[in-house]
Design a protein around this ligand. Structure first.
Ligand SMILES: [Cu+2]
Length: 154
């Protein structure tokens, strides 16, 4: 068995296991591993459509008016079968400046609010385009969507 096929097998296995390690980035990731992580995310999205009714539904709300140096609130609302999810296992936000490398991504644990809302307060140091995505583990599944763009004004 070649190293490559071993990696492909490992990747498939990780996908099957539900990407429990998705929120934890090792200190050093090779570019190959980064690609693998991206593929994981893709495989994950495809899974969405099929088993969507079992997964928690997540709606992200980005601030409409974000300014550098000013505290900004980013939140998600999590529901399951139309009811707010107040017992999510893990809710994280991943933020990075557009084009930043994977190890510059910031991962921040969200604070639990009321009625299935989980949020962070974040101050962006500089203006620019940022990417924001969430990682939610709740009701026995992991939910995430491709990153959304947030424009931070000066
Ligand atoms: Cu994730």
């Amino acid at each position: 068995m070649s190293v490559k096929s071993w990696m492909v097998g490992g990747l498939a296995l990780m996908t099957v296991l539900g990407l429990t390690a998705c929120g934890t980035t090792p200190e050093k990731e090779t570019s190959e591993k980064q690609e693998a992580h991206e593929e994981e995310h893709h495989g994950h999205e495809e899974g969405h459509g099929e088993a969507a009714e079992d997964l928690a539904q997540v709606e992200m709300k980005l601030p409409e008016d974000a300014h550098a140096g000013k505290e900004t609130e980013i939140e998600v609302k999590i529901t399951h079968d139309g009811k707010p999810v107040t017992d999510a296992n893990e809710v994280k936000f991943e933020l990075w400046k557009k084009g930043a490398s994977k190890d510059e991504h910031e991962k921040i644990d969200a604070n639990k609010g009321k009625d299935g809302v989980y949020s962070i307060q974040h101050t962006f140091a500089e203006a620019g385009e940022y990417k924001v995505m969430y990682h939610v583990t709740a009701k026995g599944g992991h939910v995430m969507e491709p990153a959304e763009t947030l424009t931070v004004k000066p």
